[in-house]
Design a protein around this ligand. Structure first.
Ligand SMILES: [Zn+2]
Ligand SMILES: [Zn+2]
Length: 168
């Protein structure tokens, strides 16, 4: 896949440090010992980040990070970490940006619980990210439009239906 954007070592350190800080705050606040998530910088498209709950992983959009690193670190990382915390605390039946998530954003991280962000997405590559149960799939705009018209594509590996990844 290859990340075409460059990331300096200190950028990665800043990102990692913020993730650690968000988890440590949560540990103190909830009296728990949340495990450190995996952080990847391969988020594409319109989403600033995505939280993979089962894998305890967050993916961040490097293209958007570079537009305003400080703001990205201050808002997007807590946003995504909060999704993981909600999952660990309440399971997967609560709404992604529901009351539990909003409470963590405002009470723990002292942030406005915004679902959206105002970073600019990379110009469309005409590719869309889908997921099954085991991996990420990239669909062309032609296939993506077919899905919108009701077509279904399946993963050859896990046989699950491909679903468009949720941007947030
Ligand atoms: Zn699969
Ligand atoms: Zn979100």
């Amino acid at each position: 896949m290859g990340n075409e954007q460059l990331l300096t070592v200190s950028d990665k350190q800043l990102i990692d440090r913020k993730v650690i800080q968000c988890i440590e705050l949560a540990n103190q606040f909830f009296g728990k010992n949340f495990s450190m998530p995996t952080v990847k910088l391969n988020q594409r498209g319109r989403a600033a980040g995505t939280a993979y709950l089962q894998r305890n992983e967050i993916r961040l959009n490097l293209y958007m990070y570079q537009q305003n690193p400080k703001k990205f670190i201050d808002t997007v990382i807590p946003h995504e970490v909060a999704h993981l915390l909600v999952f660990h605390l309440y399971g997967s039946k609560v709404r992604p940006h529901g009351r539990e998530w909003q409470n963590i954003m405002s009470n723990l991280y002292d942030l406005t619980p915004d679902r959206t962000h105002d970073f600019t997405p990379k110009p469309p590559s005409q590719l869309f990210e889908y997921q099954c149960s085991c991996q990420k799939h990239t669909l062309s705009i032609r296939r993506h439009n077919k899905v919108k018209q009701g077509a279904q594509y399946f993963c050859r590996n896990c046989k699950a239906i491909l679903e468009l990844m949720n941007p947030c």
